[in-house]
Design a protein around this ligand. Sequence first.
Ligand SMILES: [Zn+2]
Length: 306
Amino acid sequence: MNKKQIIDEALKVIQDRKTQNEIISEQNYKEAREKSKAFKKADLLFKEKTIEYAKTSNENIKNELENLKKERLFELKKVGFSEKDLNPNYSCKLCNDSGYVNGKKCVCLKKEIQKLLIKNSGITSAIVHNFSQSDPKILENNEMLSKAHNLAKKYTEKFPNIKTKNLVFMGEVGTGKTFLLECIAQELLKKEFYVVYVTAFNLSNTLLKSLAVSPFESETILSPLLECDLLIIDDLGTEPMFRNLSATNLFTILNEREINGLSTLISTNLDFDAIENRYGNRLFSRIFNKRTTKVIGFTGSDLRIK
Ligand SMILES: [Zn+2]
């Protein structure tokens, strides 16, 4: 699913709500008219007189209208409805379930987009870390981690207009790489960016799956990886290698994203040599393209930024 499809789907959720609310009020109106001949008659007359008054502005009709209005409501009440029941009870009073206010996305639409973005992001854990959860004490005592933290924060602030679009977090397990990746993901999802988060292991499975299906299905599977605003590949190097497949497909993804000016974040426990050995020179050069990529080294409790 690409971002446009996500927005379309969110809009459809809102508009389905609108339709549903309108159907309910229509049904109430229909039911009231069926149940009560007196209401039906008063309602019809009220409508006719309203039109007549609009045309003539005749004061007598105005008085008549007042009486008809009361009578209509009186009869309506008798069958268990109020005026409110005849009007759609929109779920969002700001936009009447249209999704837009003055041409801008309404909060209700934004909320739906947000939900779908998270659903499509591949982030499965209920609690995802965000910047506010970083321990100030740890940051205070670890200058490099503090730098990485600030860099990640700035990255989200400037996104997507950043000179070095890609980040590679390198370092051992438990040095805070995944934590920062999650913070970035969370922050950008909040800003309505389409973020896809995959572990290299799941990515490898996805790529394998895409080979076994029809070209159409394959495109559906791969399009989020190719089209999302930010692709995060966590733990590169922990996935099984299927001959040359992983490297070739990963190259295609990274290359296409770069051509389209889209950002990719990678974390890995491997060092430069291990990455080159594992994926070959071509992919190595693509991952560490100096023009577009910043490498951040996490070394134990120490951390150096290149
Ligand atoms: Zn709304």
